[in-house]
Design a protein around this ligand. Structure first.
Ligand code: B1M
Length: 215
């Protein structure tokens, strides 16, 4: 039953059908299915397939855009439930979150933001395509404990390093922990740029955020 629903979710993203994706997300909430499970076992399966077809030249940009929109519609419907399921009695820390400059992929970053905020972090989500200077200005403004940097392109990963270098130059590197993520990010890269934390997914991001703050 659940598997059938997950398959339909994947299909709605493959079809780029935002209305269907949103309706299926609502169905999952009504059925008491864990929203994150609906995302990972359902919708993400579809978006990954579109990504693979795009990489092999079997799908084109419009399909990628529509899949992204359907994915966003599903996540937007599931987000209130994710927030509701979070337990946050105390504020664990302040996180400035962004997708780096030159990169407009927002779904994974926003999911990480939702999970962090549902787990008790105060999240300042600056959105996508955010230059290092804006990220650092926000870190200073809110006195952030963590900077979270998402990058989905091999060409924009380097901007994660740029932010770290800038923090270093300004003498802020010891004060603020840097957490990175995004599909092309590897442990080697994380070591190379000397980030403090890395996670492959949104649930892991919460554990890593707590870990880097010693919580
Ligand atoms: Co783009 N795109 N895209 N795209 N896109 C990829 C990333 C790609 C791998 C597709 C492919 O070729 N197979 C490829 C990158 C290749 C590379 O660099 N190696 C690619 C490309 C090439 C492009 C364009 C250049 C295409 C073009 O124009 N010719 C272009 C670039 C635009 C730009 O940014 N400047 C482009 C555009 C787009 C759309 C706008 C159409 C759309 C995004 C819509 C949106 O976000 N509003 C899009 C989409 C949808 C994808 C794929 C298919 C799916 C991304 C996604 O949302 N995944 C993607 C292929 C793929 O990844 N399978 C692809 C679902 C999401 C939940 O997962 O974002 O990985 P993800 O986030 C995960 C983890 O990575 C992690 O947790 C999240 C939740 O589990 N995580 C973090 C993410 N950030 C984290 C931060 C953390 C911790 C964990 O700490 C701070």
């Amino acid at each position: 039953m659940e598997n059938e629903l997950f398959q339909k979710m994947a299909q709605s993203v493959l079809d780029g059908d935002s209305d269907a994706a949103s309706a299926l997300a609502k169905e999952a909430v009504d059925a008491g299915i864990d929203p994150l499970e609906a995302i990972t076992k359902g919708f993400v399966t579809g978006v990954n397939q579109v990504g693979e077809s795009f990489a092999s030249g079997q799908a084109f940009l419009p399909e990628l855009v529509m899949a992204g929109e359907a994915m966003k519609a599903a996540v937007a419907t599931l987000e209130p439930e994710m927030q509701k399921r979070g337990v946050h009695r105390t504020m664990l820390g302040k996180v400035v979150l962004a997708t780096v400059e030159g990169d407009i992929h927002e779904i994974g970053k926003s999911l990480v933001g939702t999970m962090l905020s549902a787990s008790g972090f105060q999240v300042y989500d600056l959105g996508v395509d955010v230059p290092a200077a804006r990220i650092i200005a926000k870190v200073k403004e809110v006195d952030a404990n963590i900077v979270g940097l998402s990058a989905l392109l091999t060409t924009t990963m380097v901007k994660q390093k740029e932010v770290i270098d800038e923090l270093d130059k300004l003498g802020l590197r010891k004060k603020v922990k840097v957490m990175v993520g995004g599909a092309p990010v590897t442990r080697d890269w994380v070591q190379k740029i000397e980030a403090d934390g890395y996670s492959e997914d949104a649930i892991g991001a919460v554990a890593v955020a707590k870990q880097v703050l010693g919580l």
